[in-house]
Design a protein around this ligand. Structure first.
Ligand code: HEC
Length: 144
């Protein structure tokens, strides 16, 4: 009987370990809940003159109330600490299958307005210029 209890505790612990390991694993392709941006914006791209280094600061540190990294992860694969608790999961920018339809303009729209019904909230403290900078960082760092 005692052995059985020990065995049971072991099984529950293992299930927990497996679960946390898998929760942190990047998924590709991903389910995507976000709607498509209005077509005029969808086609817009102002990243040519944007500053990826300035965008990096926003991504890893200064975005309010939370840095993008908290959800999208340091590697941009959607495995940030906070992201594990969210449904749908934060976007994995490294996943080409999911990102192929996500244009710079689409990213701009969602960063500015947020995506209803998801953890992606509108980034109201970022100016348009900041948004293009962070898009450039994401596209040059994670989407190559
Ligand atoms: C609280 C967690 C959280 C934070 C912080 C966060 N995001 Fe997101 N983000 C999400 C989630 C969740 C989604 C996925 C929504 C979905 O399923 O379409 C998402 C989606 C996106 C998308 C993809 C939109 C699309 O059309 O598929 C972009 C781009 C993005 N986020 C950029 C950012 C940037 C830039 C920041 C920082 C300024 C940021 N996010 C901060 C949770 C977060």
């Amino acid at each position: 009987m005692k052995k059985f209890v020990v065995f049971l505790v072991f099984v529950v612990l293992m299930a927990f370990v497996v679960d946390t390991v898998f929760a942190a694993k990047a998924k590709c392709p991903q389910k995507r809940k976000t709607k498509k941006a209005p077509s005029s914006l969808y086609k817009q791209d102002k990243t040519a003159k944007a500053d990826a280094a300035a965008g990096k600061k926003i991504y890893i540190k200064t975005a309010k109330p939370m840095a993008c990294l908290m959800c999208h992860g340091k590697k941009g694969d959607g495995t940030g600490k906070l992201g594990a608790a969210l449904t749908p999961k934060p976007r994995n920018f490294k996943c080409k299958k999911t990102m192929k339809d996500v244009t710079p303009g689409q990213m701009f729209w969602i960063i500015k307005k947020g995506s209803k019904g998801t953890g992606m909230i509108a980034q109201k403290t970022l100016k348009d210029k900041d948004i293009w900078n962070v898009i450039k960082y994401i596209r040059t760092k994670f989407m190559k």
